[in-house]
Write a protein of this length. Structure first.
Length: 59
């Protein structure tokens, strides 16, 4: 959940910076949020697939 939390923080920073006109910071924070969210999804999918392969449900 830490990756998801940091992705959300970067997204909020991106929105605030974009609203204030700091487009470079907004672009960087948006890219970082996108990367962190993608990494979170990848890890979550791997955990679910491994859990189903072992025969136990994670959730």
């Amino acid at each position: 959940m830490t990756l998801l939390k940091w992705a959300l923080i970067c997204f909020v920073i991106s929105l605030i910076a974009g609203g204030l006109g700091f487009t470079g910071i907004a672009s960087g924070a948006g890219s970082l949020a996108r990367i962190l969210f993608g990494l979170f999804l990848l890890v979550a999918i791997v955990i679910v697939v491994v859990a189903f392969a072992v025969g136990q449900v994670v959730f």
